[in-house]
Design a protein around this ligand. Structure first.
Ligand code: AMP
Length: 418
């Protein structure tokens, strides 16, 4: 029969990697909780309109990358390609503007984009996201950058670059976009066909182009950073001053374009040289117009998203930590029920416990105990023996209830020896 495979661009996460992912999520929980961010979850699919309006009709994500389908009633639904639009939809739906502001939330889960799969780029990937909604205070922008930096550091991604820019307010940006369009139209014949075709829809994308002619033109293009209104420039300066104070180095990159339309003011991205072409570990920015765009009251917000697969790729291979484990071996075939009972007892007492479950010989069972990294093996025969796996010493337990204290003393001996 034909072997079945996971869909293209998706990833089976096998146990060792799954544990590493849980650790990254636990690290994010720890770092973000300390700063007052609470966990929140939204559905994996939403009305397509949430993303069409939220992320923006002209973006690559909406135009090319969404997994969109109809439900049985003919409604258009989409597997979420990013998190912020759904969270903002929920913020409006649940009247969260009535809570103390800013509302700070974080989440981790699967996201879906129909992109060409390559190293570090999948069609289903996992993001850690954090959002602070309801205040435009520049300390929130700086705080989120710092928190993401700390998560990346603790996850072992190694050195990284922080690119930073400001897109200004919607008005400044609209005026600037008109200026940029005029500039691009005047130099149209030097541009790549793709950029030319999208001057009206998304002129900012020209900064991202690989095409040498376009790149040459863009070196002379007007920059939004030079056109910021006074309050936006002040906001950006405040964010930068806080980052400087915190000792976070950053590169100003006026060409930083993020693939989502909703950003205003601060945008940022962390990159790693350890990744290939897909160098972004995570990024984000401010989206002061998004909630209004989705039908809510005017509400500022700022957030980040980081890909767990990329974080682990940058962190590299690590040998899995050995968990202190107890193994229960059976010297007699009729000890099965006692082994099962004792395993339950030990697990309830907090011991990580495995038992023989594959009919091995005694020799095979001791080998298995080594394989699972057991520091002690309980051998059930005519007597109950607790064997210290490093010294080989054995002690007899007077009853099953006596086993935990014997295990504790073996464990303590081991711990003081290391
Ligand atoms: P974005 O919203 O596009 O800035 O994505 C935020 C982060 O999610 C990126 O910096 C990546 O770490 C991760 N990411 C985005 N798209 C993918 C993908 N197709 N595969 C794996 N990770 C991704």
């Amino acid at each position: 029969m034909k072997k079945l495979q996971a869909p293209r661009g998706t990833l089976d996460v096998l146990p060792q990697d799954a544990r590493r992912r849980l650790k990254v999520i636990a690290t994010a929980d720890e770092v973000l909780s300390r700063a007052g961010y609470e966990p929140m979850e939204t559905p994996v699919f939403e009305d397509t309109e949430v993303f069409a309006r939220g992320v923006g009709e002209s973006t690559d994500i909406v135009q090319k990358e969404m997994f969109t389908f109809e439900d049985k009633a003919g409604r258009s639904l989409t597997l979420r390609p990013e998190a912020t639009a759904g969270i903002c939809r929920a913020y409006i739906e649940h009247g969260m503007h009535k809570l103390a502001q800013p509302v700070k939330v974080w989440y981790a889960g699967p996201f879906f984009r129909h992109e060409a799969p390559q190293a570090g780029r999948f069609r289903q990937f996992t993001q850690i996201d954090a959002e602070a909604i309801g205040s435009d205070d520049p300390s929130l922008d700086a705080e989120l950058i710092l928190l993401l930096d700390e998560i990346l550091e603790l996850a072992g991604t190694g050195p990284r670059r922080l690119r930073l820019s400001s897109l200004g307010s919607r008005d400044t940006r609209a005026e600037y976009l008109e200026e940029l369009k005029r500039f691009l139209r005047a130099r149209e014949d030097e541009l790549s066909e793709e950029v030319r075709a999208r001057i009206d829809q998304n002129p900012l994308r020209a900064f991202d182009a690989d095409h040498p002619g376009t790149q040459a033109v863009m070196k002379e293009a007007p920059l939004l950073l030079d056109r910021l209104a006074a309050d936006d420039a002040e906001h950006f300066a405040a964010v930068r001053a806080l980052l400087d104070m915190a000792g976070i180095e950053h590169e100003l990159d006026p060409t930083l374009v993020r693939g989502l339309d909703y950003y205003t003011r601060t945008v940022f991205e962390f990159e790693s040289d350890r990744l290939g072409a897909q160098a972004a570990l995570g990024g984000g920015g401010r989206y002061d117009g998004l909630i209004e765009e989705l039908g809510g009251p005017p509400t500022p917000g700022v957030g980040f998203a980081a890909g767990i697969e990329r974080i682990l790729l940058a962190a590299g291979d690590v040998t899995p930590e050995r968990q202190p484990t107890v193994f229960i071996a059976m010297a007699k075939p009729d000890s099965g029920r006692l082994a099962f009972q004792l395993a339950g007892l030990l697990r309830r007492e907090g011991f990580r416990t495995e038992m023989e479950q594959a009919g091995r010989s005694m020799k095979g069972q001791l080998k298995q105990a080594d394989r699972v990294g057991a520091y002690a093996t309980v051998i059930l025969g005519d007597t109950i023996e607790v064997k210290d796996m490093s010294s080989g010493e054995q002690q007899e337990a007077s009853s099953p209830a006596d086993v935990p204290s014997l295990l504790r003393s073996v464990h303590e001996r081991e711990a003081s020896a290391t």
